[in-house]
Design a protein around this ligand. Structure first.
Ligand code: GLU
Length: 397
């Protein structure tokens, strides 16, 4: 029997990726699945970004690069971030990573060790607690509530902070709830972090997907933020580049140096072709992002109205990202469900051919995450199937 290391035994595999794989297996069998599972834009990567990659290949830019990404790319990232959010990092305070998750992994692995506590607002993205556990840390959850728009409050962070607290992870706009932290509350939270000497790891991967009047915002633009904030960014959603694995981190230079050391002993460098594509993405106009946001806005209205119309389901309006997070708890416990959303999600895939992610791995029993990064036609078809399914389970109760 192989004995695995504790660091691998103490966390679980990604639930979002598991749903993606399960849906693919159904599709491979010829089943027409409405896929509300992955948090993945359905738009192709824009042509001008692909051209950056094609040129890289034509110029034989296919060798090892600097561990933390080539200098022109790191310069492009800090310039782009400054232009979008008003921050002031230099290229030595930036690392390019193999995706946003890899930036989080590098930051957490570099900063968290056994005995450290990490505050994670719940509901949370599935991977936060597991990466913390991998690093040997202990996740400490702060509950946010649907009737408060899933807003994180500075007072709740303060109450959860103790002598062992080393880090707080904030994801705004939030996956899975779509909650967007108002700027003033976010600044109060930073103030708590500063007073209690807590690092604020800001996951900005949905930064540009905000509905209504709010504008994209980075806590790293607040005065004095650099001493406490680590930004984890991603090109996956903003530029529809999930498969390219393109992310970055911004932080004070010692933290970036530690992350670069870790990267030198793990991946050597991020993919060279992706790096050239990322430069093309970050140095061109943001028109494709505006077009995607306009489309998501229509889809959001459709899916929100549709899930709210299903008897027994309630749903908070998401302010950002591209998920709705309905509460389906009144349907649990019926028709032989074990009462947990994992069983419900499996049953939905098997019998209604709709892929969704269960709320439990997001720290939200009773909820389901529905990604609306799919066409309006598929949204309508998925809503029809969901309505029929929940009607049948309700009448079988
Ligand atoms: N962040 C996306 C999601 O939540 C992509 C999958 C993943 O890496 O978790 O679905």
């Amino acid at each position: 029997m192989v004995q695995f290391a504790d660091r691998v035994n103490r966390f679980a595999a990604s639930s979002t990726l598991a749903v993606m794989m399960a849906a693919q297996q159904y599709k491979a069998r010829g089943i027409d699945v409405v896929d509300f599972g992955p948090g993945e834009p359905d738009f192709p990567t824009p042509d001008y970004i692909k051209r950056g990659a094609i040129e890289a290949l034509e110029q034989n830019f296919t060798k090892y690069t600097a561990t933390g990404g080539i200098l022109p790319l790191r310069e492009a990232i800090v310039k782009w971030h400054a232009g979008q959010f008003g921050t002031s990092y230099n290229a030595n305070e930036c690392i390019f990573t193999s995706g946003g998750k890899h930036a989080l992994f590098g930051a957490i692995s570099s900063l968290i060790q056994s005995g450290d506590e990490v505050i994670i607002p719940a509901p949370y993205w599935v991977s936060f607690p597991d990466i913390v556990k991998y690093a040997g840390g202990r996740p400490v959850f702060v509950q946010t509530r649907a009737d408060d728009g899933f807003a994180l409050r500075a007072a709740d962070v303060e109450a959860a902070a103790g002598p062992k607290t080393k880090m707080l992870i904030v994801n705004s706009p939030n996956n899975p709830t779509g909650a967007v932290l108002p700027r003033n509350e976010y600044e109060h939270i930073l103030e708590v972090c500063r007073r209690r000497e807590i690092i604020l790891l800001a996951d900005e991967c949905y930064s540009h997907f905000i509905y209504g009047d709010s504008k994209p915002f980075s806590i790293a633009s607040a005065a004095g933020a650099k001493d406490y904030v680590v930004v984890a960014g991603s090109l996956s959603k903003t530029f529809s580049m999930t498969g390219w694995r393109a992310g970055f981190a911004l932080a004070s230079q010692p933290i970036i140096d530690a992350m670069t050391k870790l990267q030198s002993q793990s991946i050597s460098n991020p993919n060279s072709i992706t790096q050239k594509a990322a430069i093309a993405a970050l140095t061109s106009p943001m028109d494709s992002v505006a077009a995607m946001l306009a489309e998501y806005t229509k889809r959001r209205e459709r899916i929100l109205a549709g899930v709210r119309a299903i008897p027994g389901i309630t749903c908070t309006a998401p302010q950002g990202a591209f998920y709705v997070f309905p509460n389906v708890s009144s349907h649990l416990g019926r028709s032989g469900f074990a009462g947990d959303t994992q069983t419900l999600a499996k049953d939905l895939l098997e019998h209604a051919h709709v892929a969704v992610v269960a709320g439990d791995p997001f720290g939200a029993p009773g909820y389901l995450r529905i990604s609306y990064a799919t066409s309006v036609e598929r949204i309508d078809e998925g809503l029809r199937r969901l309505a029929k399914y929940f009607q049948a389970t309700a009448s079988a109760a």
